[in-house]
Design a protein. Structure first.
Length: 339
């Protein structure tokens, strides 16, 4: 199959649309001998829809990856806090246990077992009434001990919730990854019903990255931060597309533009949705090199490099390339932004 033909096998279908897409495939492919081959127009319509859904799925995958990373960082901080809180709790417990032991020997307390043996803050809190039997001149230390137990218990609860969140996000990420693979298989099956020439016809209007160049030619001069971002994008021509990747040698579409602008010292959000929401919009009739171009319901992004061209990390199976702002790109251009 030609490079143009392979270009249609790109970003995966979102979880919620998997069943619907499978139904569409069944409609077109059918059981052996049960239905006629789909027309070019029918395949074109289905691939176009799957490409759009795939764009959204990849961005949701990126979002869950980012959330997972943030949650793991938070868990690290919470576990560090637990260590600090536990050290304080243990220190206070030793002090209060000594006080309680003296009170017991003097006959003023009869129940100190939990205090002397338990390192569980919940168990200690359940014995707060016993603690309050200590003499009033020790009340400040007792209250501090109870607060230390409460703080440790709260940190432990936060850690458990964060761990549960990590498990949920990881499950979402894996499910989306699986759905992307299913979508690619569905596209391949649809395209297999067409000739090579027909596949090229479908690719020209349904998918990005058709017939681009991976050679750094015709670089439009531009200075400043935008110039550095453009230069970075050019330096990555030929690097493979991998969904969820942000470099340094593999990228997805939003990962590429984020890394390019980061090389210029400008931080922009990770996903296309966040980029559209956070960055200043510019007219698509007044583009400058370095501007971000958003496509397909804001599910795909590329970097404008001047002269009617953009650099894009297009889809699974292809590399970062320089392409004209025509075909799929002009038909699906939604908006532009300038970091």
């Amino acid at each position: 199959m030609s490079v143009r033909g392979k270009s249609v096998w790109r970003r995966g279908l979102a979880i919620g649309a998997t069943v619907a897409a499978a139904g569409a495939l069944a409609t077109f492919a059918g059981s052996a001998g049960a239905a006629p081959k789909p027309t070019v127009g029918q395949v074109q319509k289905s691939v176009n829809r799957l490409t759009s859904e795939e764009d959204q799925a990849v961005q949701m995958y990126d979002q869950s990856e980012q959330q997972l990373s943030n949650a793991k960082q938070r868990l690290t901080l919470v576990n560090r806090e637990i260590g600090t809180d536990r050290a304080k709790f243990e220190s206070m417990r030793s002090q209060i246990a000594a006080i309680a032991s003296t009170a017991y020997e003097n006959g003023t307390m009869t129940s100190i077992g939990a205090l002397l043996t338990s390192d569980n803050p919940q168990a200690v809190l359940s014995q707060a009434s016993v603690l309050l039997q200590l003499s009033s001149d020790r009340s400040a230390q007792v209250n501090e001990f109870i607060q230390a137990a409460q703080q440790l218990q709260g940190a432990q609860l936060t850690a458990r919730r964060t761990e549960q969140g990590i498990a949920s996000l990881d499950a979402q990420r894996l499910a989306r990854k699986k759905s992307i693979g299913k979508s690619l298989a569905q596209k391949k099956a649809m395209l297999a019903t067409l000739t090579a020439q027909q596949q090229q016809t479908v690719a020209a209007t349904t998918t990005p990255g058709v017939g681009g160049s991976t050679k750094a030619t015709d670089n439009v001069p531009v200075s400043g931060a935008a110039g550095q971002a453009v230069a970075y994008a050019y330096s990555k021509l030929g690097d493979p597309y991998v969904y969820g990747a942000t470099g340094p040698s593999t990228f997805d579409c939003s990962g590429l533009v984020q890394a390019a602008w980061a090389s210029a010292g400008v931080a922009i959000p990770r996903t296309t949705y966040e980029q559209v929401a956070a960055l200043p919009a510019v007219s698509t009739n007044d583009l400058q090199p370095g501007d971000l171009l958003f496509f397909d319901g804001d599910g795909h992004v590329g970097m404008y490099v001047g002269g009617g061209y953009l650099i894009d990390a297009p889809q699974t199976g292809e590399d970062v390339e320089k392409v004209p702002l025509s075909g799929w790109y002009s038909a699906n251009l939604d908006s532009a932004a300038r970091p």
